[in-house]
Write a protein that binds this ligand. Structure first.
Ligand SMILES: *[C@@H]1O[C@H](CO)[C@@H](O)[C@H](O)[C@H]1NC(C)=O
Length: 478
């Protein structure tokens, strides 16, 4: 009995210490929760890249049967007159005369294959070959685009239709959703192209069928309690000139007002169709606009209109805006007042695609994640603005000959840091011809260890915990 007061005192102190520690933890880590997610309070996602928007590097075999594949749309060629020994040039880079007077070939002497609109064939009579100035030697200098445009024009409509039908039915199936579910993935980010809004008969050369596939994905997701982010990956005219935005020839014509209003129509279509679907988590208005080609004010104005369109149909759907790629600071979107509710900024974190990462060791790469990525995430998390999504990252780097352990370490460091993002993360991508980019390969071969979910207390569980604690405390004191 003598011990009792001391024991009580100790108990009270212990509780205060616990409460204090809990408050500290809340204060330090912040509490974020994404409404509607199973189990976790944040997105643990995987991208379904290369499915409804074709990317040749993800599945090269899609292009295997194209005859004369080296002259696909967007192939860059140089033309050298056989007799004059001069290159064809667009004077001053285009918009003026086309001349045949260059001794060496560089950018003004490099044409994209939409050639017939730029050179006229008006030779009177029948030209010979070797002795004619209008006979050109063609040198292919770049043949990098392998997207929807190149696939469909390369095969022609009916063959492309068969190939895309088979691809869309087999590349991603309900079995993949089962796999993701079993590995704790709660969200898929699904890249789509603008032509989905015109299904089943989109403008040439695009081919219908992606809408049915997206409907399937939503049903499979619902069956496995997984949420969907629809990501407009390819916008009319192309927002970055790359194959993953279905660029025809590398140009970036999206900022044209006609293309922007057409894009808003696509957002309206997607929002009206999926707003009430229980598997919808959010709509991403535009993937990776290029900082070099898309002015910030044009982009912000589009994002504001897109936000309002989604809100016409849903107050709950998250509206996701992607940072510009290239030379742009994501803070530019935090200061832009795009929308007030359920707004998310998407950043893509790759330790690739930049000379900066060339020659980095495994340790350098991991230090970069801690020093640079973590600092940026913490700054954005506390910027009192939109939530943060790391919408693309991959367990790959420029390190050659990395061991399995190196990859496991790199993956663990990335997960540890990206788990801090207030909205969560999504791996790029579920399936890929290159093993280290392939999520399923990484999991099955133990190169990426997802580990436990991040600490995922949501507000509800904290309230429950708090009230349980208070009643326990009162019970003991009184
Ligand atoms: C990488 O290292 C090689 C060999 O030392 C060097 O030649 C090259 O310039 C380096 N590249 C970059 C981008 O630092």
């Amino acid at each position: 009995m003598l011990l009792r007061p001391a024991f009580l005192m100790e108990l009270v102190l212990t509780k205060w210490v616990c409460a204090f520690l809990l408050c500290c933890w809340l204060f330090v880590s912040g509490v974020y929760s994404v409404e509607g997610l199973r189990g976790d309070s944040k997105v643990r996602g995987v991208n379904l890249g290369g499915w409804l928007v074709v990317e040749g590097w993800i599945k090269p075999s899609l292009f295997d049967d194209i005859p004369n594949e080296d002259m696909l749309d967007g192939t860059q060629v140089q033309l050298k007159s056989v007799t004059l020994e001069k290159y064809v040039s667009a004077e001053n880079g285009g918009g003026m005369n086309v001349s045949v007077d260059r001794d060496i070939a560089s950018s003004w002497e490099t044409f994209r294959a939409t050639l017939q609109t730029q050179l006229t064939a008006d030779y009177p009579g029948k030209p010979g070959w070797e002795d004619n100035a209008a006979t050109f030697e063609i040198t292919i200098v770049a043949n990098t685009l392998h997207g929807d445009y190149q696939l469909t024009n390369g095969y022609g409509y009916s063959k492309a239709k068969d190939i895309l039908k088979r691809h869309r039915n087999s590349f991603i199936t309900v079995g993949d959703f089962s796999f993701l579910y079993r590995h704790g993935i709660n969200t898929v980010r699904i890249p789509v192209g603008w032509w989905i809004a015109y299904d089943p008969d989109p403008p040439a050369p695009f081919i219908g069928g992606t809408l049915e596939a997206l409907d399937n994905a939503f049903s499979w997701a619902q069956a496995y309690n997984i949420k969907c982010i629809i990501d407009l990956h390819a916008a009319p005219g192309s927002q970055n000139g790359m194959e993953h935005s279905a660029s025809r020839d590398g140009s970036t014509d999206w900022p044209n007002p006609d293309h922007i209003s057409q894009t808003l129509h696509v957002i309206d279509f997607l929002a009206s169709r999926y707003a009430r679907h229980p598997a919808l988590l959010g709509i991403e208005l535009l993937n990776e606009p290029s900082a070099a080609a898309v002015p910030l004010d044009t982009l912000v104005s589009y994002y504001k209109q897109g936000y309002q369109i989604v809100r016409k149909y849903s107050s709950a759907a998250y509206v996701i805006v992607c940072q510009r790629i290239g030379n742009a600071d994501p803070l530019e979107l935090y200061q832009a007042n795009i929308g007030s509710h359920h707004l998310v900024v998407d950043l893509h974190y790759y330790n690739l695609f930049d000379n900066f990462f060339v020659n980095m060791s495994a340790v350098d790469n991991m230090q970069f994640i801690y020093k640079s990525r973590e600092a940026q995430l913490q700054a954005l998390n506390s910027a009192n603005g939109p939530l943060v999504l790391i919408g693309e990252w991959v367990n790959e780097w420029n390190v050659t000959n990395g061991s399995q352990t190196d990859y496991q370490d790199f993956g663990r460091v990335q997960l540890e840091v990206y788990n801090l993002a207030s909205f969560g993360w999504a791996y790029w991508t579920l399936k890929n011809d290159r093993p280290h980019w392939d999520f399923e390969w990484n999991i099955k071969n133990n190169y990426l260890q997802l580990g436990n979910s991040p600490k995922n207390w949501n507000v509800n569980s904290l309230v429950l915990l708090g009230s349980a604690y208070v009643s326990f405390y009162l019970h003991n004191i009184l």
